[in-house]
Structure formats: C-alpha cells, structure tokens
Design a protein around this ligand. Structure first.
Ligand code: ATP
Length: 230
C-alpha cells in the first residue's frame, strides 16, 4: 500500500498536489496533458524530487525522506538507462550490486531474469548490438532482479513501434503479476491504458486526482478528462 498524504511537490513555480492510496499488485496509468506534472509525480514517489509538504507512506512506514534506493521501488525510464560499455549481463547485474561484485547467487538471479525476458543468448553482448525492443528487455530484466514491490514506468516504450510496444506492455504486466508488484505507469496512449491499467490517475490543473477504474473513466470521462482525451 502506498499512501500519498496531502502531498505537495514544488518545482520552480510549478506545484502539484496529490492525496491518494494505491494498492500493491494493481496497475495504475498516470495520464494528463503535457506539462501537467506526471513525471514530477513519479519522480517524487521515487525520491528523485523532494516533497514540499505532506507525507509518503509505504505499508504505513513514512518514506518521505528515504533515499530512492531504500524505498522498495524501481523506476524504468524511456531511455532504458543502459550503460553502453557494459555487457547485457553486467547491465542487469547493476540492479543487484552497483559495484558489480556479483556472487554465484547473483549470477543465478541474472540468468533467470534474462531467460524470463528471452535474452539468454544475448547475455555477453553490449546494448548497442541489440534492437530497441531487446534493449527494453534488458532494462526489464534489471527491474526483475531487484524484485521491488513497486515498479514505476515513465513512458517506457514510447520509442518502440506499436506492435513491439504492446508486446512489452504485456510482458511488464505478466512480470508484475508473477512478482505481485504494483505498477505506476505514465503514458500518453489511451490504448495502453485500456490494455493494462486497472485504474487511472488523471493529472491536471496542479492536482493528481485520486485513481478511478480505468474502463469506467475512459468510457465515461468527466469534462476535464474528456477534453484531454479529445
Ligand atoms: N527541473 C525542473 N525545474 C523546474 N521546473 C521543472 C523541472 N522539471 C519540470 N518542471 C516543470 O514542472 C512541470 C511539470 O513537468 P513534468 O515533466 O512533470 O510534466 P509531464 O506531465 O510529465 O509532461 P510531459 O507529458 O510533457 O512529459 C512543468 O511545468 C515543468 O516546466
């Protein structure tokens, strides 16, 4: 359970308010106009941007001031954040040990994660030798080895073609179901929302609105969401 308690996030003269509870194991899509604060919301939950007021709780524990690495969350970025000079195996290994002093048990976890995303045959390659979709899979394998209860995705597959994007979304959702992780995903694509989200967090007018059922909201959107969806 993730509780955003009367939270306010300030960036320059931009301010975003959020007050909501998110249940682990569910998938939340964060949607809203450009510049409304979707990335800012994720960055604050992850600890990359400070919270100006209010609290953030995970399973009742106050994590507002905690270092990003201690919050039980992983963030997947659009550029996948892969290191070009490291092999696929090492890039995944970074999720377990930033100094890459990997033990036998770590290697087993890495192998299992690479197998799960279908990259066993590519472990020794560098990211530059892989396709865009394969690079996304490396990033997903790194998320998988970390086995955190929450996975945050900021438009993760926007650079991929439609068929590949759908494939990756399905894979992310399968992985989340297998591990019981909660997903919070920023997206601009209503089709993505329909495909994987249980609930929608609509961000607009300086507020991240409390989540509502995805299908219901998309089928019968309130005026501000209707204006955004067009
Ligand atoms: N580092 C920063 N310093 C000051 N203001 C910032 C910073 N980063 C973002 N902002 C401001 O915060 C607001 C929200 O930006 P954010 O990137 O969260 O929006 P977004 O909804 O994710 O947009 P998009 O859909 O275009 O990615 C914007 O007005 C932006 O100008």
């Amino acid at each position: 359970m993730l509780t955003l308690k009367e939270m306010r996030i300030v960036r320059g003269d931009f301010s975003l308010a959020a007050d909501m509870t998110l249940a682990q194991g569910r998938t939340y899509a964060v949607i809203g106009p450009s510049g409304s604060g979707k990335s800012t919301l994720l960055a604050a939950i992850c600890g990359f941007v400070p919270v100006a007021a209010g609290r953030l709780l995970r399973d009742g524990v106050d994590i507002t001031e905690q270092h990003p690495g201690q919050r039980g969350m992983t963030m997947l970025f659009q550029d996948n954040n892969l290191f070009p000079h490291l092999t696929v195996r090492q890039n995944v290994g970074l999720g377990l040990r930033p100094d890459l002093r990997l033990k036998a048990a770590d290697q087993e976890k890495i192998d299992a994660a690479l197998a799960r995303v279908g990259l066993s045959d590519h472990a020794a390659k560098r990211p530059g030798a892989l396709s865009g979709g394969q690079q996304s899979r490396v990033a997903l394998a790194r998320v998988l080895v970390q086995a955190r209860p929450w996975v945050l995705l900021d438009e993760p597959f926007a650079a991929l073609g439609p068929a590949l994007r759908v494939e990756m979304l399905d894979l992310v959702q399968d992985l989340a179901q297998e591990t019981g992780a909660g997903l919070i995903m920023v997206t601009h694509a209503p089709d993505d929302v329909r495909r994987i989200a249980d609930e929608v967090i609509f961000v607009e007018g300086g507020r991240a609105h409390a989540p509502g059922p995805a299908a219901e909201l998309l089928d019968n959107p309130p005026p501000a969401l209707r204006a955004y969806l067009g």
